[in-house]
Every structure is written in C-alpha cells, then in structure tokens.
Design a binder for this molecule. Structure first.
Ligand SMILES: Cc1ncc(COP(=O)(O)O)c(C=O)c1O
Length: 375
C-alpha cells in the first residue's frame, strides 16, 4: 500500500471520530482561548525590549548554546530567573515541550521509579514512554502516589501546578512530603500565582521541589522555557540533554523580551494585573453560576465545561465563533475519552462587558443544546 493511502485512511478515521484537527487563523474579536494571562504579549515594555534586542543582536542566535548561540541576554535571563525563583540554576529551551521532553529523557533512566499524574502534559509522557519503570498515579491523589513509590529507592514524581486541561491545582505540599524528588511543571502558574507571581517556587523550597518547568509563552507573553533546579541537574542537562545540545538557541532578542516580562511580573504593575485577573475569574464564575453553567472546579484562569460528546463541543464552539467569541474546544486524545470540553481562559485584559457578553452567548448556546438533547 502506498504511504498516501495509509495517511488518508488514518485521517479519515479522525474525521469519522469528529477529531480531525486543522489550522485556522486566529481572528475572533473576543478571544477566551489564549494563555496570555496578563496581556504581556502586547505590553509596551516587552515590545520595546524585543525591538531593541533585535536591533542589537539580530533575529537569530546562529547555533546551539554550546557552540555560539549562548549570548549575553541569555546569561542575564538565566540569572534573573534563578534569582526571582530563588533556585540555584536555570537552563533555557526553545519551548516548554522540549524542556520537559529533554529533561524527562535525560533524568528518568537515572531513577528507580518515575511517577506521573494521570493528567500530565503530553511532553512529559513523550519523554518517559520508552522507559519501563514509570507509572501514573490517580489525578492529584498523593495517597495513591505514595502506594506506587518504590521503597528504599530513588523516586521522581512529576505533576503540574495548574493543570492545563482542567485548571485545577496539584496538592503540592502533600506531594512534597512524600519520599520523592518533586518536579513541578509550572507552565500555567508562573507569573500568576501568589502575590509575587513566583508560583510553585514561593510555595516550596528547592529542597522540597528540586525541579520546576518554567514556560515563557503563557503568562510571560513571549515564547521559550527554562528548567529550574540545582546546579548539578542543570550541569547534567547541559551535558546529556539532547534537545538542549543539538538545537539552535532561541534568539537573544527573545531573551531580552522575557527578562522585560519578568520585571513586569515582579513589579507593582504585575501585582495589579494579577488582581485584575482574579477579579475577572471571580466575575466569570459568578455569572456562569447564575446562568446555570456547570463549570469544573477551578479557581484559576483556566475554566472548563465538560460536555462529553465531541460533536456537541464542536457545535457550541462553532456557534460561539459565529458570534465573534473564541474559546478552546478540547477533544480526545488531548483529554480522556468521553470528556470533551470547552476550555475558557480568562486574562487580565478582558473587560467586564466582554465577559458578560461571552457568558450570555455561552449560556445561550449551551442551554439550547441541552434543551434539544442530553449533552
Ligand atoms: C502543562 C504544560 N506543560 C508544557 C507545555 C509546553 O509549553 P510550550 O507551549 O512552551 O511548548 C504546555 C503548553 O501547552 C503545558 O500546558
């Protein structure tokens, strides 16, 4: 059989399941799907830092960090981030996906057992899949995780501060109390949790949580990521992390933009933006409750409505889109079978009227569907 036939057969399968994905240019007037929680991707200081960085350093770093791609702004960003998070050291990556995959591939073979939350991100799963000694524990269940530990051995336990598909948070203190090295993927927490935005790092010391994934493409509004941890882990990744060693460093200008974004997150303005985000989350929750929308449990910017059927999720998504609103339409295999959902992401930039209009449209689409069929 020709490869083209194989591809078409697999794609047809996705279509039949109503899970075929395709790209569409973001054009919604009211976006409730992006992770730019503080609106920093449009902040004048971040834009200015990026532009000045481009003028000074050009558009590309030219090579791997171990060749010539590691430049002054990268070094500054590493120092800045490790000081902010009060951790020994930091290593930069082009994306959170590659940071997680690289670190998991490099470290997992060194442990006797690796435990992942059942809802861990695809990048973590992809990094550990080839190993034999990993297990998943029930979502956010420290008691179950404890049962799966290998006694008198080295255990690595991986979780997320805020889960990307549900918006709920991990019981970090309970997990840190287990006999494990705790690795927290802080993609959706960094910049927005806690009075100072330091998220997991402010809740737990380096000893309690020796490894953190920090991403720059969400609350910090740019792109790229870092692994944050002890000197020895970072040194190990520099020497054994294949995605780090064999990949071009992200542009120095991007590092200047991320540093500018961190400065804002640390400042009084950052605290104000976080407060506005909290106000918007509370307003959304209140309006949704009043409109009888049974949202999942989340106090964070990610809010979900599990609908179950893929087709119904797409119906609601399309109806909202025709009214100029965009929210996430999430289907398996991204989430478990039978739990297709709408994912709504609040930011500090949403205006009260916009949130009210969105909830009204959302409630209308949802209730119309429930009236005609059981969703
Ligand atoms: C929990 C989590 N980890 C890692 C990533 C990957 O980060 P990036 O988008 O920087 O590749 C994401 C983003 O999708 C995420 O939600």
């Amino acid at each position: 059989m020709q490869i083209q036939d194989v591809l078409q057969r697999q794609l047809e399968l996705r279509r039949q399941q109503r899970r075929h994905r395709s790209l569409s240019v973001a054009a919604a007037a009211h976006d409730f799907s992006a992770n730019d929680y503080l609106g920093l991707s449009q902040h004048p200081q971040v834009l200015d830092a990026f532009q000045r960085g481009l003028q000074q350093w050009g558009t590309g770093s030219g090579s791997s960090p171990l060749v010539a791609g590691y430049q002054k702004p990268h070094a500054y960003l590493r120092r800045h981030l490790s000081e902010w998070l009060e951790r020994d050291n930091v290593l930069l990556f082009s994306s959170g996906f590659s940071a997680n995959q690289c670190t998991m591939r490099a470290l997992a073979p060194l442990y006797d057992r690796v435990l992942l939350d059942r809802l861990s991100h695809a990048s973590l799963l992809d990094g550990v899949r080839e190993q034999r000694h990993w297990k998943r524990f029930a979502h956010n269940d420290a008691t179950h995780a404890n049962k799966l530990l290998k006694p008198d051995a080295t255990n690595l336990l991986v979780t997320e501060s805020v889960f990307s598909m549900d918006g709920d948070s991990a019981p970090l203190r309970e997990l840190a109390a287990l006999d494990v090295d705790l690795w927290i993927d802080d993609a959706h927490g960094l910049g927005i949790i806690g009075a100072d935005g330091r998220s997991a790092a402010s809740e737990l010391s380096q000893k309690q949580a020796p490894l953190i994934t920090a991403t720059f493409g969400k609350a910090l509004g740019v792109m790229g990521a870092a692994m944050v941890g002890t000197d020895s882990v970072i040194d190990y990744l520099v020497n054994y992390g294949r995605e780090f060693i064999y990949s071009t460093a992200f542009p120095a200008a991007q590092a200047t933009a991320v540093s500018a974004a961190i400065k804002i997150a640390q400042s009084a303005e950052g605290a104000r933006l976080r407060q506005q985000l909290d106000t918007n989350i509370a307003l959304f929750g209140e309006l949704a409750t009043r409109a009888n929308i049974p949202l999942g449990k989340s106090e964070h910017a990610i809010q979900t409505l599990v609908v179950g059927s893929d087709a119904n999720v797409m119906r609601i998504g399309t109806a909202l889109s025709s009214q100029g609103f965009k929210c996430g339409t999430i289907r398996p295999p991204t989430v478990p079978e039978g739990t297709a959902r709408l994912r709504i992401t609040l930011t500090a930039q949403h205006k009260e009227a916009e949130i009210r209009a969105f909830v009204a449209a959302f409630a209308d689409c949802y209730h119309r569907l429930t009236e005609t069929q059981a969703v």
